[in-house]
Every structure is written in structure tokens, then in C-alpha cells.
Design a protein around this ligand. Structure first.
Ligand code: DAH
Length: 337
């Protein structure tokens, strides 16, 4: 018997006899470790005579593979034994801990549904900060300094002069500053006003802003898009009405009302959005900030809208009080699972 074969048999016997992982590891080190006996044989190879080398080399490989495989098999066995031992300790007759099944907040559901509908119309998502400067919130949107919205009674100002955005229309400006036309984005997010908290008003509420800028965009496009949206959201029987209004940043401006027999209180019109055709002054302000003339009001036109997300969710889910959105009451939230 070649001494290597003897070595292999010793190793295999020792591995088979190892009672647990530590003994097995000791055997591994003894034979296959850096200074292990099989490894040392590898180093002795260079001292062998030329004709011996291939024979011993082949044998050495076989021995090394056999020992390696035996160690793996044995260690796999230990692992399996350990696992079944742990399992045996579990009392499967005990009642389990039921997983708490959560649900998305109704506003989040509203948000996801809306994004999905606009996504089908080709709108991309845009975003902007809740803490804004006056320029993005008012000046760029053609809202003069004496406008009542800029009053301290209506807007939360920070000591440094910045403010909590009073509407998501700020994202229109940021989007146009960042990219040339055409633009087709929606921006869902929070907005803040100094309203007293009651069933229909909250100092923090949510909007989805929309902005579409291209060549030859008209009121007809605006109406088509919003009618489609409302019918997708509330059902095909939904009626949509546009009433003339005033916003500094659109001309003409329209308020959007919906009515649907499928909804609770379905006999009356409910205001859900402000909208209009982007005012040329807004493009001019954006040009000034960009330092170019790319939003040329002679070439490009656009429509914009701001949907009241809380309002839409209240209609869709028949929620009577806006305060419920912020109270974290599980009895309320569970109803939307
Ligand atoms: N920002 C308006 C508001 O908060 C809503 C609105 C009106 C947004 C007209 C628009 C728009 O983009 O074009 O009441």
C-alpha cells in the first residue's frame, strides 16, 4: 500500500469517528490545513523523481478529493442533525402568533390609484420640497406680493422667510426650471395653510399637481384629461363640470366639480380641483430663472391642475371627516384593508 493510501484510510476513519463539529474541524486541519499531512505531500512532489511525479500526483489528487468529500458529507450530517434537534424542541401543538395584517392608508390608496390613471395617460412623476421659498410658491406663479394668499394669516412662514408650500403648484415651476418642453408630469404631495382644523379643513392636506406643456395645448385637452381621470376614479357615470374661476397662474381658470349617483350624497356637485391654461407670465418667470427663452409662450402652451387628494379620498371612500386621516386610529384604518 502506498503511504498516501494509508494516509487516506487514516483520515477517512478519523472523519467518520468525529463525534461533532469541532473534532471534524480538527481532522480537517490535520490533513488538509496549510501544514496538514496531505498538503505536505503536495510540497514533497518536487523532490520526487521525474517518472514518479505523474503517478503520485494523480494519487494525491484522488486522496485529497476523497478526504474533502468525506468532510463535507460529515459536516452536512451534523448540520441536519442540529436542525432536526432544534425542530424537535418546538411544540407544534401550541397556538401560533397570528401575523398582523396591515392595510394601506386611504390617502396612499388614493395616491396609488391616481398615479396609475395618469400614468396610463403618459404623465411622469415629479417632486419638490414641502419647505419652499416665496419665489417658487408665489412670484413665479404670477401671484403679486399684495395677494391675500401671501398673508401671514394664510401661510406658515419660517423665521428665515421660507414657507410651507400652500399648494403643489411649486412643482410646476421646479419641473420647468429643470427641463425644456414638452412636459407631462404629476406631482402628488402635501400642502399647508393656516386653516382651523375641522371636518372639512386641515392645515396639512394633499394635492396632486398636474402640468402638461406642448405645442397647441388647449382647454379641450385639459377637460378631456380631467374627465377621463374622474370617470376612471369614480366610475363611468360620473358627471364633470367646469366652472370659470380665477387663479393668478392660469388664464382661463376653471374649477372642477364632480357628481355621481354611485357616490354617497351623489345628488350634489362637489368641488375637487382647480385648473387652467398656464399663464404666459409663468413661462416668462421660468425663462428668467433659467436664463433662456425656451418656454416661449408664442410657441408652447400648457394646462395645469391641482386635485384635492383628501377631498377625492373622502368622496371615494365615503369618509365624513378629514381629521380621521391623521389620527392613526386603527378602527378607522382597518376599514380600508
Ligand atoms: N394651486 C391651486 C390651489 O391650491 C390649484 C390649482 C389651480 C392648481 C389651477 C393648478 C392650476 O395647477 O392650474 O387651489
Amino acid at each position: 500500500m502506498h503511504p498516501l493510501e494509508q494516509l487516506r484510510d487514516d483520515a477517512l476513519r478519523e472523519i467518520e469517528a468525529a463525534p461533532e463539529g469541532q473534532a471534524l474541524e480538527a481532522a480537517r486541519v490535520k490533513y488538509l490545513g496549510k501544514t496538514g499531512s496531505i498538503s505536505l505531500w503536495g510540497e514533497q512532489m518536487k523532490t520526487l523523481a521525474k517518472e514518479e511525479k505523474p503517478v503520485v500526483g494523480k494519487l494525491l489528487n484522488e486522496v485529497r478529493n476523497a478526504v474533502t468529500a468525506a468532510i463535507e458529507t460529515r459536516s452536512e450530517r451534523f448540520r441536519a442533525e442540529k436542525e432536526s434537534g432544534a425542530l424537535a424542541k418546538i411544540d407544534i401543538s401550541l397556538p401560533g402568533t397570528p401575523p398582523e395584517i396591515g392595510a394601506l392608508h386611504p390617502l396612499t390608496q388614493m395616491w396609488e390609484r391616481s398615479i396609475e390613471i395618469f400614468w396610463r395617460m403618459g404623465f411622469a412623476l415629479a417632486d419638490g420640497p414641502d419647505i419652499e421659498d416665496e419665489w417658487h410658491c408665489f412670484d413665479a406663479l404670477n401671484t403679486p406680493p399684495e395677494h391675500p394668499a401671501r398673508n401671514e394669516q394664510d401661510t406658515f412662514y419660517l423665521p428665515d422667510g421660507r414657507l410651507l408650500r400652500t399648494h403643489t403648484s411649486t412643482v410646476q415651476i421646479r419641473t420647468m426650471q429643470a427641463a425644456p418642453p414638452p412636459i407631462r408630469v404629476i406631482a402628488p404631495g402635501a400642502a399647508y395653510r393656516r386653516d382651523e382644523l375641522d371636518a372639512t379643513h386641515s392645515p396639512q392636506f394633499h394635492q396632486i399637481e398636474g402640468l402638461y406643456v406642448d405645442e397647441n395645448v388647449s382647454v379641450a385637452d385639459l377637460k378631456g384629461a380631467l374627465e377621463f381621470f374622474m370617470r376612471e376614479l369614480f366610475g363611468s357615470g360620473t358627471e364633470v363640470q367646469f366652472r370659470p374661476h380665477f387663479f393668478p397662474f392660469t388664464e382661463p381658470s376653471l374649477e372642477v366639480y364632480v357628481k355621481s349617483k354611485a357616490l354617497k350624497g351623489g345628488e350634489r356637485w362637489i368641488e375637487v380641483a382647480g385648473s387652467g391654461v398656464v399663464h404666459p407670465q409663468v413661462f416668462e418667470q421660468v425663462n428668467k430663472a433659467r436664463g433662456d427663452k425656451i418656454y416661449d409662450p408664442e410657441k408652447w402652451s400648457g394646462y395645469a391642475f391641482g386635485l384635492g387628494m383628501d377631498r377625492l379620498a373622502m368622496i371615494l371612500f365615503d369618509i365624513p371627516d378629514i381629521r380621521l386621516f391623521g389620527q392613526n386610529d386603527l378602527r378607522f384604518l382597518r376599514q380600508f384593508a
